[in-house]
Design a binder for this molecule. Structure first.
Ligand code: SAH
Ligand code: SF4
Ligand code: F3S
Length: 440
């Protein structure tokens, strides 16, 4: 028997959907009367909200558990540890066997967390990795306090089965939340302080309402919420990028000119082996259509180098695709074999050193393009949503419509929208001067 925890700390790894889930778990425990603490080493309950996407992400969980236990032992304490997120779903009981943890809870079951914690306090470790037909969302408390930029999960799971990826296994099949519930939560977020909402989904543009209308229908509905100034969405799959959604980037002023549209690789042979179900040309033509509709859109992507069998020539095709698109920002990764995925059984492992070289060359090209995109903003005036205080007195940090970080001196507060002239462009951020304050 351990006394029931009074304080908790949630640590989220991985994607934005995990960040959202982490916030919701925090709200659940607060509703049970527990208090959040920023110091993981002082909490009675530590929730590790984990990511399984690459090997290193997974291994981090085990080193974290070890560190938390060790730091607690020095203080003569024994905190409860709950493992949530995608490692919990993928490894389940193995986690209990490999590390001393009290609760293992999957991404579709975390609404049960308070009950699981209570049960674990009175005895043996408990595990819940069910994927119930009934969605967890109805069981979560109403949102009460959020920052100016908030996440809102609208779609979960993935049916695409890219051969390298664990997400279809850890998050299950594609499911869209109902429009009414989403609009309700969006209104609650705005009441709680949000000015910007980012709609989240592993395949967010695969979202469909009960009549099979696409994400644009949801965006149009959110457009009508008073007090909401900005709408974003991520992550999109090229095959679900419909004309209706592209059109929303023209007709909905609140929809920001930014699109994260991962391509992963530039060679058709590699794309096929990845089961991406789009070609290089199909992707480039799609980008053309999006840019024709919304010429200023900032594009972002994800890339994997060193997929099994990737040749030098095939990697060059990734570089030439990057040159052709000109991304405003991007994420790039070395291929990491994941247990149970088809790619893990493929021949042609790329040597680590080749993988390193490819990643370096790709990142140099992506950094160059990001710096060029930022440099093109110099002298422009744009609206910045103030998100937090900067390091210097009087300095505030915010985001441009194109998701660039902007710092400026202003007496505007968090959540204000400020008209800013860009006076300096660095590779990773912009400096601005305030022009006119938009009405709050
Ligand atoms: N649903 C999104 C994001 C999936 S995970 C999408 O379809 O793009 C985020 C990124 O991690 C992926 O886009 C991919 O670039 C990378 N990733 C996924 N599995 C990986 C693996 N086994 N090794 C390396 N990178 C991987
Ligand atoms: Fe993974 Fe592919 Fe689904 Fe994205 S689309 S989550 S990369 S399987
Ligand atoms: Fe990681 Fe799961 Fe997100 S594996 S990237 S936390 S969906």
């Amino acid at each position: 028997m351990t006394p029931p925890p009074k304080t908790f700390h949630v640590k989220s790894f991985g994607c934005q959907m995990n960040v959202y889930d982490g916030e919701r778990m925090g709200e659940l425990m607060a509703a049970e009367g527990m208090t959040a603490t920023a110091d993981a080493d002082a909490a009675d309950l530590v929730v590790l909200n984990t990511c399984h996407i690459r090997e290193r992400a997974t291994e981090k969980v085990y080193s974290d558990i070890g560190r938390i236990r060790k730091n607690a032992r020095v203080q003569g304490r024994e905190p409860m540890i709950a493992v949530a997120g995608c490692v919990a779903q993928a490894e389940g009981a193995e986690i209990v066997a490999r590390a001393k943890v009290d609760v293992v809870v999957g991404p579709q079951a975390y609404h049960n967390l308070p009950g699981l914690v209570a049960r674990a306090a009175s005895g043996a470790p408990v595990l819940d990795t069910d994927m119930p037909a009934e969605s967890k969302f109805g069981a979560l408390p109403r949102r009460r306090r959020v920052g100016p930029s908030a996440f809102l999960t609208v779609q979960e799971g993935c049916d695409k089965f890219c051969t390298y990826c664990v997400v279809p296994y850890t998050r299950g099949a594609e499911v869209s939340r109902r429009m009414a519930a989403i609009v309700d939560e969006a209104k609650a977020l705005v009441d709680a302080g949000a000015r910007e909402i980012t709609l989240l989904g592993q395949n967010v543009n695969g979202w469909r309402d009960a009549d099979r209308n696409g994400l644009e229908a949801l965006i149009h509905a959110l457009d009508r919420i008073e007090g909401l100034a900005r709408i974003r969405y991520t992550t999109s799959h090229p095959n679900d990028m419909t004309d209706g959604l592209i059109e929303a980037h023209v007709s909905v002023e609140k929809l920001m000119p930014f699109l994260h549209l991962p391509v992963q690789a530039g060679s058709d042979r590699v794309l096929k082996a990845m089961n991406r179900s789009h070609t290089r040309d199909g992707y480039l033509r799609l980008i053309e259509r999006i840019r024709a509709a919304r010429p200023d859109i900032a594009l972002s992507g994800d890339f994997i180098v060193g997929f099994p069998g990737e040749t030098d020539a095939e990697f060059e095709e990734t570089l030439s695709l990057v040159d052709a698109v000109g991304y405003a920002q991007a994420f790039s990764f070395k291929y990491s074999p994941r247990p149970g995925t088809p790619a893990a059984a493929m021949d042609g492992a790329v040597p680590a050193q080749v993988m390193d070289e490819r990643l370096q060359r790709l990142q140099a090209a992506l950094n160059r393009d990001q710096a060029a995109f930022n440099a093109a903003s110099l002298g422009r005036t744009c609206t910045v949503l103030i998100e937090r205080k900067g390091k210097l007195p009087g300095q505030m940090l915010g985001k441009s419509p194109w998701l660039q970080s902007v710092h400026l001196m202003t007496d505007a507060g968090v959540g204000d929208l400020v008209e800013v002239e860009v006076v300096r462009a660095d590779p990773n951020s912009l400096a601005g001067v305030e022009r006119v304050r938009a009405a709050a």
